[in-house]
Write a protein that binds this ligand. Structure first.
Ligand SMILES: NC(=O)c1ccc[n+]([C@@H]2O[C@H](COP(=O)([O-])OP(=O)(O)OC[C@H]3O[C@@H](n4cnc5c(N)ncnc54)[C@H](OP(=O)(O)O)[C@@H]3O)[C@@H](O)[C@H]2O)c1
Length: 350
């Protein structure tokens, strides 16, 4: 078997960092070789520094590894990053400058004009933007981003509709899980038995990222999608899985069977290339009247499938439906891993 590519995790001890550790265990192409976090964790064994929150056991080999300083010296050339945006804004460019492929979850650089914001099923061609980055010219390093955890589920459901019928207007209201706020995240006294109708900068991210993801690559620029878009974001007392109530107006009239077929038959580059983390069915429509639900459907396709249900006519726009996506897998670590697999398949991780 070919030797695995050593990868590093920036922000390895956080909620998303832990998901990386979990989904990289036994990955056929990549192996965790380096872990970094804040001063709080530096020098400690990962098993002590990470307050492990996942249902599977912490992998024994990784638990024994020591947490390194978050500096490029000694780091591998492929870095998965899960840092807070303000820290990422400072550290990610340092790693790219030092020649690393930085594949990140953070919002810090997502909207920069030369930084690809990618969902491999939706806009794999946008990866080419990284050739415009100064880091790439200087050291071969680069930064590729995945979207916000709410934008990704929405865009997975919208992409087949945009491709077949065109989008005119999109309205989305989210019900977002507490794991989306990291650890310790939202205080239990604030969220138990409650709904918080505000998540800082989330609505802006959903609106601008959705347009960039569904936009067109035009040389060294992305021409954003031209549809109208409005998002409202709420935090709810759910552990994992962001649910969204969505209404759309389409450019071309479409019936319910055509829409459901567009979702269920949606396949793209990751499925053609048989990338290891690609779900067989990226978007799955449920006919049950009361699904999708986070408790039962977040783990669909190992957390990589977007679940859709409740398609019905909308009294204001054309159609309304419910979308559900796993926020720390498809919305974070799994999204970055699929991006890395796409980059490897395209020869960018040589
Ligand atoms: N949670 C989600 O569903 C989700 C989804 C999509 C995107 N994201 C994004 O992913 C990123 C990480 O989110 P999270 O939920 O995993 O957050 P988190 O649980 O708060 O973890 C933050 C990580 O960053 C490390 N860190 C903090 N300050 C640092 C510093 N100065 N230098 C180096 N490392 C530092 C922490 O290390 P210590 O443990 O040592 O403090 C920890 O490993 C954020 O940008 C978030 O917006 C999260």
């Amino acid at each position: 078997m070919a030797k695995k590519i050593p990868v590093g995790l920036l922000g390895a001890t956080g909620i998303v960092g832990q998901r990386f550790v979990q989904i990289l265990e036994n990955h056929p192409w990549f192996e965790v070789a380096w872990l970094a976090a804040s001063d709080r964790s530096e020098g400690r064994a990962y098993g002590e520094a990470a307050r492990w929150k996942l249902k599977t056991a912490i992998p024994a080999r990784v638990a024994q590894m020591h947490v390194s300083p978050a500096k490029p010296d000694g780091a591998p050339k492929v870095i998965f990053a899960a840092l807070d945006a303000s820290i990422a804004a400072e550290l990610e460019p340092q790693f790219a400058d030092a020649g690393c492929a930085v594949i990140t979850n953070s919002s810090a650089l997502r909207m920069k004009s030369d930084v690809p914001l990618v969902i491999p099923e939706v806009n794999p061609d946008h990866v080419k933007l990284l050739e415009c980055q100064a880091w790439r010219r200087k050291s071969r390093g680069f930064v590729v981003t995945n979207p916000n955890c709410s934008a990704i589920g929405l865009v997975m459901a919208l992409a087949p509709l945009e491709q077949q019928f065109g989008l005119e207007t999109v309205m989305a209201v989210t019900m977002q899980a507490v794991s989306g706020a990291g650890y310790p995240g939202v205080a239990s006294l604030d969220i138990l038995g409650n709904v918080i109708p505000y998540i800082a900068k989330e609505e802006e991210k959903m609106e601008e990222e959705t347009r960039k993801l569904l936009g067109r690559l035009n040389g060294s620029n992305i021409q954003p999608g031209a549809f109208g878009m409005s998002a409202q974001c709420n935090r709810v007392a759910v552990e994992d899985g962001h649910t969204e109530s969505v209404s759309v107006k389409l450019k071309k009239k479409a019936g319910p069977e055509e829409i459901i077929t567009a979702w269920n038959e949606f396949r793209s580059v990751p499925q053609e290339l048989r990338l290891p983390s690609a779900p067989e069915q990226p978007v799955k429509y449920s006919t049950a009247l009361d699904r999708p639900q986070p408790r039962f459907d977040s783990d669909s396709g190992n957390g990589m499938t977007t679940s859709v249900g409740r398609l019905r006519p909308c009294g204001v726009l054309d159609w309304k439906f419910t979308v559900l996506s796993h926020n720390t897998i498809r919305g974070a670590a799994g999204a970055a891993l699929l991006n890395a697999e796409l980059l490897k398949a395209q020869g960018y991780l040589e």
